[in-house]
Design a protein around this ligand. Structure first.
Ligand SMILES: *Cc1c(COP(=O)(O)O)cnc(C)c1O
Length: 422
């Protein structure tokens, strides 16, 4: 939507909500309360709200466990032996993958480690890993400890790409320039899909192409992308990716994470990996035989018995994504975040900067606002008015109007507090 089509009024915000085909999805979620009223929740980029259907989904498996005990692996409504496989169709749609290219297992940082162990094969000449500077700490630690594990010096083996000339975010052409400069010393590019701090959405397709053109692997951490921006991982030829399920995917704290392995690798059962019995085909799993033979799919990286209880939470949540449709969610998200941006530009006299790209193709739901003076005070005022936003030093408030359960009126209320109190 063009900025000029927006209007700065509560009536306009309400009319947008009335015309919103996804408006009713808000009712499918539990909201914490503040002074007896549901909060306005802009923290879905950190921990998504609980879908009302999650309890029943977990209860179903508790019942199977209660009534069938070990029989639940092969019996019950959803035999646990295949439990995680039920999630693949929804995930494949959202991530732009074939069903055989996605799986759920473990948690995000664990999956990054397992996938990087398979894909990072440093040689004397080709051993460098490129990442964005200021990446999420867990990703920094994962890559730092990975290169140490190979006996390499992180200062030498890791290339961090930072914005140039005081810019707030990276230009794709600068990333590509750095990849080409690293050339045949570059073993792997491991970027986030959306930068957690600035909210910048990277051009995964161009980065992957550039990485491949110098013979490097392209892997991504999609923590802030999953359930936020639709992907085309298969078509973009991305080698591997991992994400968590507790941010936009609303599957609860520490819930089971996701992984993508492009089929050109997944089909190669000789690829090195750390294996476990849940990576075996189900047909041979309980033969308990010697010799690991992985499935020729992303699930060949599964190691352990499915975490049924929290996978049940993700299953319930993905059902809601199937109903809403990731493309409709994205369309609303572009419009909703655009409205937030429009209203922020209407503010007079408050000193702040939007450090997220203005181009909708370069961001997801989140806008990161840098308030040089009043950041913490603004967050506290918002909380006291029942609006949940996140604060990061020094002065950055991250506002993520998740299209699944946030409305235009919610965004207007946020603006109203800034206008009236600061
Ligand atoms: C949220 C997030 C994580 C968290 O990792 P866990 O292993 O789930 O604790 C890691 N990386 C990025 C980029 C994130 O946004």
């Amino acid at each position: 939507m063009e900025a000029k089509q927006y209007e700065n009024s509560l009536e306009f915000a309400r009319s947008m909500d009335q015309a919103d085909p996804l408006q009713s999805f808000k009712q499918q979620f539990h909201f914490p309360e503040h002074e007896g009223k549901p909060v306005i929740y802009f923290c879905g980029n950190s921990l998504g709200l609980q879908p009302k259907t999650v309890a029943a989904s977990i209860e179903e498996e508790l019942t199977t466990w209660r009534e069938m005990a070990v029989g639940g692996y092969f019996g019950g409504k959803n035999p646990w032996l295949y439990y995680h496989e039920q999630l693949r169709p929804s995930l494949a749609k959202i991530m732009g993958a074939h069903e055989d290219e996605v799986t759920v297992m473990n948690a995000l940082t664990v999956n990054l480690h397992l996938l990087m162990l398979s894909f990072y094969k440093p040689s004397a000449k080709r051993y460098k890993i490129m990442m964005e500077s200021g990446a999420f700490p867990s990703d920094q630690y994962a890559i730092e400890t990975l290169v140490r594990m190979h006996g390499l010096d992180p200062n030498d083996a890791i290339i961090e790409v930072a914005p140039k000339d005081g810019a707030k975010f990276l230009k794709t052409r600068d990333i590509i320039y750095e990849i080409e400069k690293a050339g045949d010393a570059l073993a792997m590019v491991m970027f986030s899909g959306i930068q957690y701090y600035t909210g910048q959405l990277f051009d995964l397709s161009s980065i992957t192409q550039a990485a491949h053109s110098v013979g490097a692997i392209a892997g991504f951490d999609l923590a802030h992308v999953a359930g936020n921006v639709p992907m085309q991982l298969h078509n973009w030829d991305v080698d591997f990716a991992a994400w968590c399920s507790y941010k936009y995917f609303n599957a609860g704290p520490g819930s089971v994470a996701g992984a993508f392995v492009h089929e050109k690798h997944a089909k190669n059962t000789n690829m090195n990996r750390l294996g476990g019995w849940w990576g075996n085909p189900e047909s041979t799993r309980f033969k308990m035989e010697k010799g690991f033979e992985p499935k020729p799919t992303a699930s060949g990286w599964n190691m352990s018995t499915t975490q049924v209880m929290n996978t049940a939470a993700l299953k319930a949540s993905l059902k809601i994504f199937d109903e809403a449709g990731i493309d409709r969610l994205r369309a609303k998200s572009i419009s909703l975040t655009g409205y937030l941006e429009y209203l922020l530009h209407e503010l007079k006299g408050l000193s702040f900067e939007i450090i997220t790209p203005a181009e909708p193709t370069e961001r997801g739901a989140q806008l990161s606002l840098y308030f040089p003076q009043q950041g913490k005070a603004i967050q506290e005022k918002m909380l006291s008015k029942g609006i949940v936003v996140d604060y990061r030093e020094p002065g950055v408030i991250r506002v993520a109007p998740a299209p699944m359960y946030c409305s235009y009126e919610d965004v207007y209320r946020f603006y109203e507090i800034l206008k009236n109190h600061f």
